[in-house]
Design a protein around this ligand. Structure first.
Ligand code: HAM
Length: 443
């Protein structure tokens, strides 16, 4: 028989393997703790939504909607569906559908996979994970500042340095309209420098041309009319209000007049946290205000602001820090030989887990249950603080051998402990020994 063909993961979609999982867990736990400390509540929305939701929220003339969405027809009923390319649209849909803001504004957070059919490269994937926060129903610059400061706290807690904050205001629709007319006139004057994409966007989405990475267009876009110069009193006051809070809290930022963001729902505040340590995909977190969005979905006018972080990119930074997340370890490894010993081991393992310990029970492989020696090797490799060993002699005497795997001076002490006392014995040893970092005891 010929060997079956190997099936591999889809290009641009990654496995998160157990060796990396502790780092992901550290990131997720740290972020969730911080979000909670600012009063944000978790929301989970489906990964698949109607295609129309994204087209309407993100904008028809955007990279995401034009060419990056995983859209398909449901073969059962012909529904047009899309794997979510980002989280804001789904959250806004859910807020409206469940009238979540009926009793006042809401601070929400979410995490999960997003899908964009981009050209994969370092830091840019087709399935990637975002951690996002959306504050719905708040209008002032205070909440914008809160979101930004929440990010700063996260970088501090994770030990991430060398990340800078870029800030801009893209005003409101009227202000953008006035700017747009001047911008198009300016770009038309420089049509010979525009690349094909810019030419295509000249009349549909000229603002996005300012975001170009094309080196040949940099000087030209740098000298283009700046939206900041078109802001009215209220938009300016909002930006000044935000700057004032950031200044008072020693949050450093640079105003980047060319920061316009790639999604169409934004107004006023937009920001990005950027690092130079990840090559060209250095934006680890991005967001801004999207005050008009809820109204465009038929809801009552409700201001909102949020951000999303690219988890892969942040994990990559954490790796660069040599971040030592505790590897997957357990407190106790159960070693046993013989049928009755196995039965006892199962019972004891459950009791140890009842007491809050992480316990790995040795199980058979195709090579068999394994000798004591090979099981002890596994116990050692598991990083367990203790091996609880049950063989024929232990069954006969109703006592287990409890071996400390990582004694003070490296010696492995062993005690003979009656079955019914094993839990207390191990817990006592671990609690008395609680600053050992290999202990996972969680009563
Ligand atoms: P975004 O700028 O499209 O904004 O994405 C936010 C972050 O997700 C990026 O800064 C980046 O870290 C990460 N990211 C985006 N695409 C990829 C990719 N292909 N591979 C890896 N990471 C990626 C949004 O998605 C908005 N929903 C943010 C927001 C929330 N604005 C208001 N509320």
């Amino acid at each position: 028989m010929s060997k079956p063909e190997k099936i591999v993961a889809i290009k641009g979609m990654n496995d998160i393997l157990p060796t990396n999982a502790p780092l992901w867990e550290l990131f997720e736990n740290t972020t969730e703790t911080i979000l909670k400390s600012y009063g944000y509540q978790k929301i989970v929305t489906p990964i698949v939504e109607e295609t129309g939701l994204f087209a309407r929220a993100i904008g028809a003339v955007t990279d995401i909607v034009e060419k990056e969405m995983y859209s398909f027809e449901d073969s059962m009923n012909g529904d047009k569906l899309t794997l979510r390319p980002e989280g804001t649209a789904g959250v806004v849909r859910a807020v409206l559908e469940h009238n979540l803001v009926y009793d006042g504004p809401k601070r929400l957070w979410y995490k999960g996979p997003m899908f964009r059919h981009e050209r994969p490269q370092r830091g840019r994937y087709r399935q990637f994970f975002q951690f996002g926060a959306e504050a719905v129903g708040f209008s002032g610059p205070d909440i914008d500042a809160e979101l930004i400061m929440m990010c700063r706290r996260l970088w501090d807690d994770l030990g991430i340095q060398n990340v800078r904050l870029e800030l801009n205001s893209i005003g409101n629709a009227d202000e953008r309209l006035r700017h747009r007319a001047d911008l198009i006139a300016y770009l038309e004057k420089h049509e010979d420098i525009l690349d094909a994409e810019a030419k295509r966007r000249l009349h549909s989405n000229p603002l996005r041309i300012l975001d170009t990475k094309n080196p040949a267009m940099q000087d030209m876009v740098n000298a283009a009319p700046k939206l900041l110069d078109y802001l009215g009193e209220e938009s300016l006051a909002h930006l000044e209000g935000l700057k004032k809070i950031l200044d008072r809290n020693a949050v450093q930022y640079t105003i980047n007049p060319r920061l316009v963001r790639g999604l169409d729902y934004y107004n006023r505040t937009v920001f990005e946290w950027v690092t130079d340590e990840l090559g060209s995909q250095g934006t680890i977190c991005a967001g801004g205000r999207y005050d008009p969005l809820i109204e465009t979905f038929g809801g009552k006018a409700t201001p909102a602001v949020g951000f999303a972080m690219g988890m892969e990119r942040i994990i990559e930074l954490m790796k660069g820090l040599g971040e030592a997340a505790a590897p997957n370890q357990c407190d106790v490894y159960m070693v046993h030989q013989g049928e009755e010993a196995q039965a006892q081991a199962f019972i004891l393992a459950e009791r140890l887990r009842d007491a809050g310990l992480d316990v790995v029970l040795h199980c058979a492989t195709p090579a068999g249950a394994g000798s004591f020696k090979s099981q002890m090797k596994k116990a050692d490799g598991s990083g367990a603080a203790f091996a609880v060993i049950i063989g024929e002699d232990e069954v006969a005497s109703s006592k287990a051998a409890v071996k400390a795997m990582r004694g003070e001076s490296g010696e492995q002490q062993q005690a003979s402990v009656p079955f019914e006392e094993v839990v207390d014995y191990v817990v006592d040893q671990i609690v008395g020994d609680h600053d050992h970092d290999h202990v996972h005891y969680h009563p």
